[in-house]
Write a protein that binds this ligand. Structure first.
Ligand code: IMP
Ligand code: MG
Length: 174
């Protein structure tokens, strides 16, 4: 399996540097606000762990699970399999995702929290594939890196639930 993912797209050092920058920016933008960071499992767990430690202020965090059914192609149906336990009403929600592709998952989650009276809802994604976007009006507030239309693994991202553990982001060629 290793020979299918030899090509490193983003090194561990570049990731660490970019996460620190995002953390600084988020700290600045949310100072004096009640921030809840919400990780979308499972892909975001490593990014979330690094990001929250780069945010220099107290915050709360929680996780949720969303599944998109791509089998039906254009419908892009997304179901929430696990919701957050934390109370979001009146708080500033930052949804933390591993990668945005079509945008269906995030657009569903943003609507979900807006409907629960969050004070604000913003998105922070480690990776963004703009060329693949279907939901054209999805506003992404914080992006680690724009990536080309290739399948990537590592730093939380998987292929068939494998390779999340790679410290860097690699291109997977089946
Ligand atoms: P979206 O709803 O199409 O934006 O789907 C985003 C989800 O698809 C992400 O949370 C990932 O789980 C998955 N995904 C999209 N592209 C990749 C990739 O290149 N590698 C691994 N997972 C991906
Ligand atoms: Mg995901």
């Amino acid at each position: 399996m290793y020979d299918k993912c030899e090509q490193i797209l983003i090194s561990r050092e570049s990731i660490q540097q970019r996460v620190e920058e995002l953390g600084r920016q988020i700290t600045e933008d949310y100072k004096d606000k009640e921030l809840v960071a919400i990780g979308v499992l499972r892909g975001s767990f490593i990014f979330l762990a690094d990001l929250v430690r780069a945010i220099k202020m107290p915050l709360s965090l929680d996780f949720m699970i969303a599944k998109s059914y791509v089998g039906t192609e254009t419908s892009g149906e997304v179901r929430i399999l696990k919701d957050v336990d934390v109370k979001v009403s009146g708080k500033h929600v930052l949804i933390v995702e591993d990668i945005i592709d079509s945008g269906f998952t995030l657009s569903k989650l943003v609507g979900h929290f807006e409907g629960r009276n969050a004070a604000s809802v913003k998105i922070c994604t480690m990776l963004n594939k703009p060329s693949r976007r279907v939901v054209k009006d999805l506003h992404v507030d914080y992006v680690g890196f724009d990536v080309p239309d290739a399948f990537v693994v590592g730093y939380g991202l998987d292929f068939n639930d494998m390779m999340r553990n790679f410290p860097e982001i690699r291109i997977y060629k089946p």
